[in-house]
Write a protein that binds this ligand. Sequence first.
Ligand SMILES: NC(=O)C1=CN([C@@H]2O[C@H](COP(=O)(O)OP(=O)(O)OC[C@H]3O[C@@H](n4cnc5c(N)ncnc54)[C@H](O)[C@@H]3O)[C@@H](O)[C@H]2O)C=CC1
Ligand SMILES: O=C1C[C@@](O)(C(=O)O)C[C@@H](O)[C@@H]1O
Length: 288
Amino acid sequence: MTTAAPARTSFLLGLFGAGIGGSLTPAMQEREGFASGVNLTYRLVDAERLGYGVDNLAEMLDWAQRFGFDGLNITHPFKQVVIPLLDELSDDAHDLGAVNTVVFRDGRAIGRNTDWSGWGRAFRRRLPDAVSDRAVLVGAGGAGSAVGYALLEQGSAHVSIVDVDVEKAQACATRLAKRFGDDRVAATTDLAGALASAQGLVNATPTGMTGHPGLPVPAELVREDLWVSDVVYFPLETELIHLARSRGCRVVPGGGMAVFQAVGAFEYFTGVEPDAERMVRHFEELTR
Ligand SMILES: NC(=O)C1=CN([C@@H]2O[C@H](COP(=O)(O)OP(=O)(O)OC[C@H]3O[C@@H](n4cnc5c(N)ncnc54)[C@H](O)[C@@H]3O)[C@@H](O)[C@H]2O)C=CC1
Ligand SMILES: O=C1C[C@@](O)(C(=O)O)C[C@@H](O)[C@@H]1O
């Protein structure tokens, strides 16, 4: 007689990254676990504090599995370098070239990305009528690739990508064009020209974060008829969001992406659908 494997009764999860001490993800995941009856522990593993860099990532993944972790979120600077170390990759993570969620199952490490679905869900919640708009995306790193993927996946007619590192903008556009077609996405150095024919602007650079004050684009380009989104969520009201709001623009601040990346990861980790609105309320409590 064969016996079915016992249902999993608890989950050990963590976040791998550098300088992650202020992350709200552990609190969001543990609170949602408690509220939904899933026994879940979520630990921060700060590579900076451990003196670990990208060369130690394989070792870190290996010991996480050996020590019984069921899954990990992965953040800066590991989102791209983790890819070759995984056994399996979801199509979306492959197409956008970054992983923020690794699930360990039956000795295999499976990479996924909930940054894009998180930003997309937060966007559609606020501006459902704007999904087909033309947009300008500033910043082509890990967050920018995820936002570009989300914009195109949810129907944006065209995305122009700008980065101070022109090669990075081009590489991001080339990658997204492979998936969505080169008539819908392009890198450009002409920010003003691209914005003139767009309805939306997304900041996916660190500019505006605590410690990186300022605006990622010249103030005069923030027109009142643009919608404006920021991925930065420390602070929640960045200089860009503040300026855009004061000019009457519709805005999507970075807090929504922070919550909905956790919503998506919770479901991948546990197989249980979390209560997303409860997680939003909890995030609001944490950031009040
Ligand atoms: N809300 C959320 O849940 C999340 C927020 N983030 C935030 O997104 C921001 C970016 O993170 P990553 O993409 O991982 O960083 P990254 O370092 O991979 O990419 C940032 C990119 O912005 C470019 N850049 C910097 N200043 C610029 C400027 N003024 N104009 C044009 N390009 C510029 C850089 O050349 C780089 O390519 C960080 O502040 C991070 O905290 C990241 C992930 C999730
Ligand atoms: O980059 C981020 C932010 C994060 O690292 C956090 O600190 O909340 C959690 C990651 O899952 C996400 O991809």
